[in-house]
Design a protein around this ligand. Structure first.
Ligand code: CA
Length: 617
């Protein structure tokens, strides 16, 4: 760990005035490491920490045109000081020089105010995009030298299902053409921040440093370069963040500024994981408290965001990563678990500062109304006002395999999707939800549909043509399954990501005929979707499913798409008379998969469990 501290990219060095050579950094943490003069909110909180010094003893002064040091705050733990600045509108970028005094000793602390944050050159993420989620440790090992890094508990052991496998940022950067050719338009990486935990560190959801990329993935600078490379290929980048909890190896937890930064219990208390309690009008207070304050797991202490210092720390951290790396989006983990007023404040501040950044919350609740509670613009009877623009559509996710696996009925079979979407009136913006078939926590879609390739393609077609911002999970384009033990099965290595892999999705080598077929199909559909203007907010009109055939249209201006999903076991010859209102004026349709033109739109023939996506002309 010691070596890590010394190599911290942005470590600030404190020098006795007039000293010629560098001494050990007297602050182990100065956070955020720098800031900008052009933020809409003019206040800044700077955390100073040294686990071996009574930092609280320092007197602090600052003289810089436009910047006022409004407060120097001590907390319970004397290893900390919090500085509060107001950065005036006309402030010029440059180096602040704080003067710190301790008795007769005097030190200077340099702190940079940069001109303005980096911003993505891409348009803001919308329903025209398709997001590709990948787990950095499990995608591709581009640099074997970082498989084991001194100072980290875990090195790479690919034979261990729950160990680290060596995937890294270089591995992702090496395959940007793969994503671009596949037709996805943005990447969401499971967390890249440091997770120096003794166990299960590969998944990334137990941060041990909020300001540092895990050394086994690469450096902050490499991360920023990767994002620049993504942007050059038109790909956006979404960073995964966690405000609910940290790893118990986090330096903040090992030397808490105040006990109240973490929810404390006499005996270990877990959350009850009932997100619904947060909006439930009948919820018992005890349940709400347990949901909110219980720990996510024994090694994941639960943060108390009602502490205003911590709240500011977490908000500034996300703003810093957006402005440092030029992010296109933030995916916030476990959205209903932190203090909900805090999350509202967080979402408001992030979207105020960076209106074009896509903010999506993981709201893992399989119900439309409970999900809608969290979307910005929702008028909730309890007065809760959320500022979260997008959230994960778990209700839709759960309906897809069910719809494909059951017999048709009034509201079963594909009619289940029809009824589910009919509830969209409740969402302020249903087309801005993140839709998906699977992710790192869920059974892979192949398993959800009993490894049936026909059902798999039907589900995929639906995902990519209905409303929302679709998200694909790495390997879904190969119909990978999640066979194997628990989480390890859901997060297997991507074929071709490791030297010597016999199956390689990047080259196509070793893929089964079935896999090559699904990959080709996905690529075709994605690239067509990318070039078709309809999905940039087009209207959706759907018809009552009959005989398990579900028909809908997407339209935007002159662009029209007709989608037919045949969920039945039989071939159908579909008389399209019922859809005349949406077909008006169309004389032919182009099958976007085969490229063939269909001149007779009066009757459409579909094989059992198959789909047809037509561009209408
Ligand atoms: Ca590696």
């Amino acid at each position: 760990m010691k070596k890590l501290l010394f190599t911290l990219l942005f470590a600030a060095f404190l020098l006795p005035a007039g000293a010629q050579k560098k001494t050990a950094p007297l602050f182990e943490h100065v956070e955020p490491p720098f800031w900008w003069t052009t933020m809409k909110d003019h206040s800044l909180q700077i955390l100073l920490h040294n686990s071996k010094t009574n930092v609280a003893d320092y007197g602090v002064t600052l003289s810089y045109p436009g910047v006022t040091l409004t407060e120097v705050r001590k907390v319970e733990n004397p290893h900390y000081l919090f500085l509060y600045l107001t950065i005036g509108k006309e402030t010029q970028p440059g180096m602040l020089s704080f003067v710190l005094t301790q008795g007769k000793k005097k030190f200077n602390l340099a702190y940079e105010l940069k001109a303005k944050p980096n911003t993505s050159p891409r348009p803001a993420l919308s329903s025209a995009d398709v997001v590709y989620l990948l787990m950095p440790d499990r995608f591709a090992n581009g640099d074997v030298k970082n498989d084991t890094v001194p100072g980290y508990y875990q090195g790479a052991h690919r034979e261990q299902p729950n160990g680290r496998h060596g995937g890294d940022l270089k591995g992702i950067g090496d395959h940007l053409s793969y994503f671009a050719d596949l037709g996805v338009t943005a990447l969401w990486l499971n967390p890249v921040l440091e997770n120096n935990q003794p166990k299960w560190s590969y998944h990334g959801y137990a941060f041990t440093d909020f300001y540092k990329v895990d050394g086994r993935f690469g450096t902050n600078e490499q991360y920023k370069q990767l994002i620049d490379q993504c942007h050059a290929k038109g790909l956006g980048m979404i960073q995964d963040m966690v405000a609910n909890h940290i790893g118990n190896e986090h330096w903040l937890f090992k030397d808490l500024p105040e006990k109240s930064w973490v929810h404390q219990f006499p005996v270990f208390t877990k959350s009850n994981f009932r997100g619904s309690a947060m909006s439930d009008p009948y919820a018992a207070k005890e349940d709400v408290v347990k949901m909110n304050t219980g720990w996510f797991d024994g090694h994941m202490p639960d943060l108390d965001q009602t502490n205003p210092l911590l709240a500011t720390y977490l908000i500034q951290n996300s703003l810093w990563w957006i402005g440092y790396a030029g992010l296109d989006g933030i995916r916030m983990d476990t959205y209903p678990y932190p203090d909900k007023e805090f999350m509202s404040q967080y979402a408001r501040r992030v979207t105020d500062e960076f209106p074009s950044v896509y903010l999506v919350g993981e709201v893992w609740i399989n119900a439309v109304a409970t999900s809608a509670y969290y979307q910005k613009g929702m008028i909730n009877r309890d007065g809760y006002q959320s500022y979260l623009p997008s959230l994960t559509d778990f209700a839709l996710h759960g309906s897809i395999p069910a719809a494909l696996g059951e017999k048709e009925g009034y509201d079963t079979g594909l009619a289940r999707l029809y009824f589910l979407l009919s509830q969209d009136f409740i969402y302020p913006d249903a087309n801005h939800l993140l839709t998906f078939l699977d992710n790192h926590d869920l059974s892979r879609f192949s398993n959800s549909v009993g490894k049936d390739p026909a059902k798999f393609k039907l589900g995929l077609t639906f995902l990519l043509t209905t409303r929302g911002i679709p998200q694909l999970y790495y390997g879904t384009e190969l119909q990978l399954d999640s066979d194997g033990q628990g989480d390890a099965g859901l997060r297997r290595d991507f074929p071709g990501g490791w030297p010597g892999d016999k199956v390689n999705s990047f080259t196509g080598e070793g893929l089964t005929t079935e896999q090559a077929d699904v990959l080709g199909y996905t690529r075709k559909l994605l690239n067509w979707r990318k070039s078709n203007p309809t999905f940039k907010g087009g209207r959706l009109v759907h018809y009552v499913p009959e005989n398990n055939v579900y028909v809908y249209f997407r339209t935007l201006g002159d662009s029209r798409v007709m989608v037919v999903l045949n969920g039945s076991e039989k071939e159908v010859a579909l008389n399209t008379g019922r859809f005349a209102g949406s077909l008006t004026g169309a004389t032919r349709g182009v099958d976007v998969i085969t490229g063939k033109t269909i001149d007779n739109l009066a009757t459409l023939v579909l094989g059992p469990r198959s789909s047809l996506v037509l561009e209408l002309h």
